[in-house]
Design a protein around this ligand. Sequence first.
Ligand code: COI
Length: 355
Amino acid sequence: MNETLDITITKAAQSRLTVTDFSQLPFGKVFSDHMFIAEYDNGTWSNLEVMPYGPIPMSPAISALHYGQAIFEGMKAYRQANGNISVFRPEKNFERFNKSAARMSMPEIPKEVFMQGIAALIDIDKNWIPDQDGYSLYIRPVMYATDPYLGVKASDTYTFALLTTPTGPYYSNALKVKIETEYTRADDGGVGFAKTAGNYARSLHPFAEAVKEGFDQLIWTDSVTHEYIEEAGTANLIFVIDGKLVTPSVRSTVLDGVTRDTIIQLAKKAGIPVEERRISVKEVIEGIENGSLTDAFAAGTAATVTPIGEISYLGKRYVLSDPATRTVSAGIAKTLNDIRYGLAPDEFGWNWIVQ
Ligand code: COI
């Protein structure tokens, strides 16, 4: 990191740590004592501050609310075996954040603001990093447009915030998923590859319908034919077919997941063949039926590695092998966790140790 930025630190009068039940940590509901804020105006980022977590005053006319100019990211800080605090691959999230910003006509965030903001926030709230196995401090960067203006144009002003929330895995059980053939999450030439608020908003109604039908999540298919598998919205999808790791290739409708990329690299290193390509629904269903598909899982920062237990397609349910017998996803999940918690060598240099 180059220049050290001037970050104002305003401490919370009283920490909520002692009144927080760390045995009950549903994803994204409990926030640490502080947040980091930076403001963009006149082409520069300024007013960098770590301050008590809480409401941010805003005009009801801000364009983020009306036209959805808002992006976010997700990464995790871990307490390692030797006491170090490590954030997993934050530079990848930084790069993707700025790709999302470019697509949504928003300003880039300078690397030093992103990284030093994380370091300052983690430093002040390090006691919020849980130490239970599988737990971490989820870091949520967000940027939103703040011009109080109802004309449809890119805002001139923005707020960047970093929030942190102690959490375990997003999903606690193997997933029952439905292959969605009516609604779509993203369209060619659209914003599916960007982590922008609207992608998630448009998924909520189909997701709610699926939950009513007893599913945990959807598998989105392409918007043109509904014949090809894309992703799960909260995570990328990875299958093991004929002993190979097969995952939908990244395209304008599929998020370039950091966990997805990490798993691909770990699999290649372990000598498992990897194919990034289009995968048809037909191939997956036939693979389940003839036994060539031996593993399927969701991969994401929040989701970690979550096995898929059951897939439904056009009203028919297909039960996959017992997740407890799956060696590929379990092996990868263990290697990944060992690296994150400092229990295995970090050969790829993925852990960013917060000083
Ligand atoms: C993440 O994995 O960090 C995500 O952003 C997924 C989230 C929408 C639950």
